[in-house]
Design a protein around this ligand. Sequence first.
Ligand code: PLP
Length: 387
Amino acid sequence: MIGIESGLDAELERLAREDLYRTRRVVESAQGVELQCGGRKLINFCGNDYLGLANHPAVVKAFQDGAARYGVGSGSAHLICGHGSAHHALEEELAEFTGRDRALLFSTGYMANIGVISALTGKGDTVFEDRLNHASLLDGGLLSGARFKRYRHADADGLLDSLNRTEGRSMIVTDGVFSMDGDLAPLDVLSQIAKDQDTCLMVDDAHGLGVIGDKGRGIVEHFGLTQQQVPILVGTLGKAFGTFGAFVAGSETLIETLIQKARTYIYTTALPPAVAEATRAALNILIEDQWRRENLNDLVRRFRRGAEQLGFPLMPSNSAIQPILIGDSRRAVEIGKRLLDDGFWVGAIRPPTVPQGSARLRVTFSALHDEQQVDRLLESLAKSISQ
Ligand SMILES: *Cc1c(COP(=O)(O)O)cnc(C)c1O
């Protein structure tokens, strides 16, 4: 027998050798466009707080009031005594916002995705997933026990081929906005395929909700798709909502099924009620403050114009996620370090988060950035990439 831990150091050394070693930086301030880190101020171009709500005074106040009223812990899982009036109200508001019959809160997006896919599919079924889906969707497919088939990124023809060669029950699973690429899934085509093939479509719109669509209702608003066309919609609350948690929205039957069967819903502690109260406040702001989406879109357009003039290898994205493809992991990390020296924090994303040879800088925007910050980022990128 060999203890597992005997090989760990060698594995860590390999990761370091291949420039895949990951480290954390300690942030000393609240989230926002400016982060205090290591005693320095950095301009944040790597977060997912797209609308600038994580530290919004009304959201913080709702959280404090929620804690004063309900305390901190929820006390148990939803199915015991942990499902409070704050959770319940938030679910109703999220259902209305997404135009679905009902919504169900999960403690994280990762858990929602694993819970949904494994509750609905199992041995003998087939789960079809876009190759570039978020890790939680891929893990959900693998854990479900169903046959697991990945199709080439956004390749509806490939998916159709694969579906035609498959019998039995199935589901199609896709990101709405792809988290490391920023592009949109071809949801209109996928929903048509799902209808024609009599299968079911699940969309995880973690990066689209709040950001995409005039009203911020995400990719289903962008394509004008109903609950019938996209029966399973997942949203996360840690990104544009600026808080924490996730939800699934869909039919009465879907939600009741998940309450009976989703293990990551049943066997875990409910979110703190104060988080639900903070999220209700965030949802109100997200609906009211149209200017946040407009600002975000203006900044993204400004960045893309500038980046194109500078000849950066942009990806086909109109979302708040604007990656610049670098390729080599070491080079991506080095460029990231030069940007940090200039006071800009941009994520350097490496395998296995992205495919081999496609390391990239993942630039993300917030509604609270200003034009000058974008212009200065472009200057620093030009300098850092050409070095
Ligand atoms: C962030 C993310 C998740 C995970 O959500 P958490 O609430 O952070 O666990 C799931 N899916 C996608 C596409 C994401 O980007």
